[in-house]
Structures are given as structure tokens and as C-alpha cells.
Write a new protein. Sequence first.
Length: 613
Amino acid sequence: MCGIVGYIGKANAASVLIGGLRRLEYRGYDSAGLALLDGDVLHVSRAVGKVANLNESARADWDAELFQRAGTGIAHTRWATHGPPTEANAHPHLDESGHIALVHNGIIENYRSLRARLEKKGHHFHSETDTEVLAHLIGDCDKGDLLQAVRDALHQVEGTYGIAVVSSHEPGRIITARRGSPIVIGVGHGESIIASDATAILAHTQRVIYLDDDDIAVVTANAVDIRDLDNLPVTREIAELGLDAAAAEKGGYAHFMLKEIHEQPDSLANAIRGRLDLQIGSSVLAGMSTSPRELADISRVIMVGCGTSLHAAMVGEYAFGDLADIHAEARQAAEFRYRNPILGNRDLVVAISQSGETADTLAAVREARQKGAFVMSLVNVVGSTIARETGRGVYLHAGPEISVASTKAFTCQVSVLLMMALKLGRGRRFSRDEGLKLAREIEAIPELVRRVIAQDDSIAEIAARYLENEHAFFIGRGPMYPVALEGALKLKEISYIHAEGYHAAELKHGPIALLQEGTPVIVVACEGPAKDKTLGNVEECRARGARILGIITESDHEAEQVMDDFIAIPAAHPLVATIPATVALQLFSYHVARLRGCEIDQPRNLAKSVTVE
Ligand code: F6R
């Protein structure tokens, strides 16, 4: 979604800001803008579309010397919410006097009433955005002290914000604040960089400060002074990012998505490394930090997430049920808190999120904590809001996921859920030998995935046969049902083919009416208790002329025979097999989208981190 970058220091601010925005492009956006402070003069440039357009228009608007000279500025990529993606709606927005500029992520919920009040006072608005109202409000509160003005304005605001503000009257500082929308400050030598996402900071420094909700920071080139909304000083530790800048580069791949698919043997190895105990046949997940007695006390596992993370939760539902004999539920995070969930201290609520910033998942975490459940997170982005609010959890260690379509985060989520289920299962019913057997299967996951990725070229050839249809169905049973849902999500989001995932048995309860000669049905029919029934469902589809692509187990000649095309994955425990099966579907979707000429890493209308409900 929207991205913020701010810079103050000795370097050329315009290049740092444009470079930072480029690194945030993956989040999804439709316009961009930049404000530079040149001494006490404020210059603003905005453009619809890509950061490259902004770079061009800023260079056209401003003389080259200004571009080189200015050492302070703020910049933004906007993902339209209030008003379409136009130049007028792009950030930064200015106050009435034109000396204050603001960039903002989040939503000011009471912007209509604030705008009406300000209009009565003579303010003129030039956009349809909620953000412009906040810029005017800060200007209205400004009596010569920008920090005080921001604080006074934020007291009147309802909703969420991550902001960066500059004033041409106070050129030596940037004010930044957050509530519900992340802000991280990079602490360099003689320079500070503000961003909504650490990827924009990586190239400059590894030392960062994460703001908490209701923090306001005054950022200068050499200092960061953080206060709360009542102006009391607060201390926030400097943390080390521990991320390699190269990890956020394409590294020779045509797309981030392809790179991230190919990285999976390594990301999975990182997610699993040191977390299996082959002596006792269990897993060691420091972030679960529970005693065997506490573990034995858990009566239910409830997993919350959205989109791909919800699909991982659904695989987890099978894993906890089948491996740990524990009642488990995957719940759509956006619904969770509105259903007034009945929770207690024997319920383990696991928030699953790649970004750790998804607003719905965060709201579910807060609800679960409020109700006294034992809450933990399974998050990829270190230091993200969900990771910090839950306090305990297991990081995925998947590395930066830049492509909007989630790939490596999903497979790492599932592998960590399997290890959690193993741990709970070993504490309840598994013998050491049973635990050991599963631990060895989990340990082999990176190699299973490597063997699927080795088929990249042949999967591309298969994909070439599925480009023409505008509809496709994905089906599966048992733990392969969420894999089918995930396959359909991947295909629709990057190729724009209308794809639906169904439980294989559900097709005949309605959707089968849509099957015609040649309609693609992608079936996940790997070895396992549900395979024969799934193959029965395949026959129903074949009888109606569907073209069948099967994800099947290697050397399963029976399954091969009923498929028009198939991708074979190595034999594995049915829960473990969800991971290589998903990788096969990721590659299939990727190649379909590539061959259809789609913009794979930033599909239309999508954002990487969904920070609005
Ligand atoms: C799809 C995708 C989304 C995310 C969802 C939740 O490829 O990436 O469906 O899974 O927006 O995001 P996180 O995992 O960051 O909470």
C-alpha cells in the first residue's frame, strides 16, 4: 500500500527519496510525490503512475542544482483510497499557507467533519483526500512550533496514520508520527531516513528505531527525539535490521516473484534450521516459550490471517487436528473480532502474516489479547507491528518478500505450522519414533522443493497450454483443499484469469455447471487418504470436457492416466506434500502470467501490505 520515505542529512535528498520510493514500489501504488526543502523554500512535485514518472516530472519541474543541493525532503507512493489516482490527490499535501508539507499512510476517519470545519474557517482544498485535511489541520494549529502543531492536530484525528511532515519555517527537522501505520527511522552517520518499511532504509543503514503507536519523533540529521502525544519523552531502542540489501534486489531474475519461488529451498532451510530436535523427535520453537504443562493445557488453536496467510492457516488446521489431536480453526481475520469470539486462557491464537502489518490481522490480535487468550504470531517481517504486539512468536526467516504475490512466506508459514503441530503432537500423543519420522520429513522439505523447482522449464511448457481460457478451477481435498485455494489465488492475482478454488467434492454442488469443453481444472491429487476420491472427482470433470492438469505424486501411473497434463512432486507425508504441491502451482501461475504478458510483481489494484480494514 502507500509508502513513506523521508530524508535529512548530508546526501542529495532527492536521490535518496526516489531510491527509497523505488524500493517501496513492490507495496503497490498508483501515484507518487516528493517535497524538497531547499533552505527555507518548499518545492513539491507529484505524478500519476510509476516512480519513474515522478523522477521525470520532478527533474522537469526543478533545476538540476536544486535536485543536487536539497538535503531534506519527504516522499510518498499512494495507493488510492479517498479519490482516484490523480496528480491532485497524490501526496505530499500542503496546508493552507503552503509552507507545511505532509505525507500520510492510513485513513483519517473523521476527515469529513474536520474538512467542513476548516472550510468554514476559510481553508481551500485541492484534492479529495483525507490526508489534505490533516495537512490543513496541522497548518491551522501552527503557532510557530511545528511539533506542537502536529501534536495538537493528531489529538483531533480519528483513524490511523503514519506521517512525515516538513515546514519551510523549520527547515532543520522532519516530524514523524504513527498510530496503526508503521514508521521506522534509520539512524545513519550525519543522516536520518524515515520510512514506512525498512526496505527503503536497507541501503543506508542497518540501525533503526521502530516507532510505537502515539509516538511523535523530531528527526534531525544527527538526532531522533521521541515523545508521546502528551509531549513526555519516550525511549525506543535502536535495533539492528540484520537484512542484506542484496536480498531486496532481483539478482538476475526476470521478476521478484520468480526469484522468490526459486529462493524457497533456502528460505525453507532458514525457517527450519535449528528448530527440529532429532533426539526427542520434536521441534524447538523458542518463540512459543511454553512449558510442557502449558502446552498440555492448550485446548484449542485458532489461527487468524488474510489471503495467502489464511490459506496457510487452513493447512495448519489440518496439521494441528491430524498431528496433535487438538481442535484447530483457521479464521478469516477481518471477521474475527466482529464475531465476538469466545476465547479463554486455554486457547492459543496464532496470528499469521507475512508483513506483520495487515490491519485485519492486527485487529484480531488485539481482540484475542483483550479476551485473555494466549496469543502468538507467525510473521516474516522482523519488528513489524504484529510481531511486537504479540510479544511472542516465531519468525519465518523467509527474507524480504518483494513480489506482491506471496510465495516463500506461505511455504515458510506452513513449515513452521507443521513444526508447531509436531511440538504439540509430541507433547500429547506422538511417540518419540513417530515424532522423529515427521521431523525427518520436515527436514527434507527444502530438498522436495528443490526437485519441483528443477522442473521449472517443463512447468513453463505446460503453462503455455493454459493461456487462452478466462476461467479456471482448482480443486483438492484434505490439506490439499487450501493448496487448491492458494493455487487459484496465485493464478487470478497475477494472470487476471478468473480462477476459483473449491473442495473437490463441492464442484458438483453447483460450480460444475460452468465446466465446458476445455475448461481448465487443476487438481491437487497427491498420494494420501483423499487421493482416490479426488480422482473420482476428476472423472466427473473429464466427463464434462474439462482439461485436467494434475499435481500428483511421482510415479503415480494411475493418476497420470486421468490427467491431460501433470506435474509430479516427490512422495511425502500428505501434510508435508502441501509445500512442494504449492510450489508447483506457484510456478504454473507465474509462467501463465508471464506468457500472457502481465505485470507480475505489481498486479493491478493490489498492495503488498494491506494496512486498512
Ligand atoms: C496474496 C497475498 C495476500 C496476503 C494478504 C495477507 O498473494 O500476498 O493475500 O497474503 O494480504 O498479508 P500478510 O501475510 O502480510 O498479512
